[in-house]
Ligand binder design. Structure first.
Ligand SMILES: *[C@@H]1O[C@H](CO)[C@@H](O)[C@H](O)[C@H]1NC(C)=O
Ligand SMILES: *[C@@H]1O[C@H](CO)[C@@H](O)[C@H](O)[C@H]1NC(C)=O
Ligand SMILES: *[C@@H]1O[C@H](CO)[C@@H](O)[C@H](O)[C@H]1NC(C)=O
Ligand SMILES: *[C@@H]1O[C@H](CO)[C@@H](O)[C@H](O)[C@H]1NC(C)=O
Ligand SMILES: *[C@@H]1O[C@H](CO)[C@@H](O)[C@H](O)[C@H]1NC(C)=O
Length: 299
């Protein structure tokens, strides 16, 4: 009887402890999601059922979990008019396989920390206001199969590391401000026009647009720092040839002027000589006439 009561009390206490522990402690992934929610302006209240009082986030809007360990497997929040940024904390969702945040109003950059979600297979960030470059570290997401970054304000070059995503089956970088040569590397050769349309100044064999960086005037400046001195030296050589042509035509003009001057000199000299000659001749004539006169006089 006493023994039975003791067992009952003990089990009741442990059950209560277990229940309260469950009720108090939201899983680590749940805490991370609440952190992400704090970075978002959810003006339509889609995330109202993301509550700290839950044990795990597996029933929350847009969230699904792995069956065995209840860790977050996917986060699907498209078309929800979400504003704000993608916080670096996203990297703590270590077993995330699918992140779909397309058709919202997110700004800021793609956080490098996203590459800590090493199991990520699908990343949909289409149609937001994301800025900055593609982090080259995205090339470390070896399971990535789908990468849709289209219709954002991303810029810079396409990192060659993307070519190392051996499982990539879908890539869309269209309608951004990407520039430079699309690297001729790995899976980046499997995609064509439809993955790259509507960018600032992309070139490469994938879109049948040659990069004319080696001949004359470059169509693009993939590395502005590297191109700087080259352009400057080109400019200075243009300047040099300009100076040379100027000097040569100047010298030509001077030569012509000199020739004309000499010619005029020669002419006037001749004329003077002729005049002198005429004067001399006149004098001689006069003299001779005088002489002849005298002669005649003498004779
Ligand atoms: C969230 O967005 C709404 C409308 O989209 C705006 O009125 C509100 O001020 C924003 N709140 C914050 C905290 O930015
Ligand atoms: C999840 O929600 C469904 C109904 O929306 C409910 O039946 C189920 O018990 C919930 N599961 C958990 C673990 O909260
Ligand atoms: C990730 O990729 C970058 C460059 O693409 C590389 O330098 C870095 O070592 C990689 N990091 C890890 C943890 O693999
Ligand atoms: C890429 O994205 C653009 C803009 O979002 C879209 O118009 C185009 O159809 C997409 N291409 C592919 C292959 O899905
Ligand atoms: C891709 O675009 C280039 C230039 O705009 C064009 O010449 C080529 O035919 C296009 N290729 C395909 C497969 O659409």
């Amino acid at each position: 009887m006493k023994m039975g009561l003791l067992i009952w009390v003990l089990s009741a206490v442990s059950a209560a402890a277990l229940l309260s522990a469950n009720a108090l402690a939201l899983s680590q992934d749940g805490e991370t999601l609440l952190e992400i929610k704090d970075a978002l302006n959810d003006s339509r209240g889609f995330l109202n059922n993301w509550r700290v009082s839950d044990g795990n986030p597996c029933n929350w809007t847009g969230i699904s979990c792995h069956f065995n360990d209840q860790r977050v497997r996917s986060m699907d929040l498209p078309y929800m008019q979400l504003k704000g940024i993608i916080p670096p904390g996203i990297g703590k969702l270590k077993r995330l396989q699918r992140l779909a945040l397309h058709q919202n109003s997110l700004h800021g950059t793609i956080p490098t920390e996203i590459t800590q979600c090493t199991d990520l297979r699908a990343l949909y960030l289409r149609a937001n206001y994301l800025q900055g470059n593609i982090p080259p570290e995205l090339g470390n997401l070896s399971h990535l199969t789908i990468l849709d970054l289209s219709s954002n304000s991303l810029r810079g070059s396409v990192p060659s590391s993307i070519g190392h995503l051996g499982r990539l089956k879908f890539l869309n970088l269209s309608t951004n401000f990407f520039s430079g040569e699309i690297p001729n590397i790995g899976v980046l050769n499997n995609f064509g026009n439809e993955s790259f349309t509507g960018n600032l100044d992309l070139c490469g064999q994938q879109i049948q647009k040659p990069c004319r960086s080696s001949l004359g005037f470059p169509a693009v400046l993939p590395h502005e720092e590297a191109d700087g001195p080259q352009v400057a030296s080109k400019r200075s050589s243009h300047y040099m040839s300009g100076v040379l042509i100027g000097a040569m035509s100047m010298m030509g003009l001077v030569l012509i002027a000199l020739l004309i001057f000499l010619w005029i000199c020669l002419l006037s000299k001749k004329e003077r000589a002729a005049k002198k000659y005429r004067e001399v001749k006149k004098q001689v004539d006069q003299d001779s006439s005088r002489l002849s006169k005298t002669y005649t006089c003498f004779l």
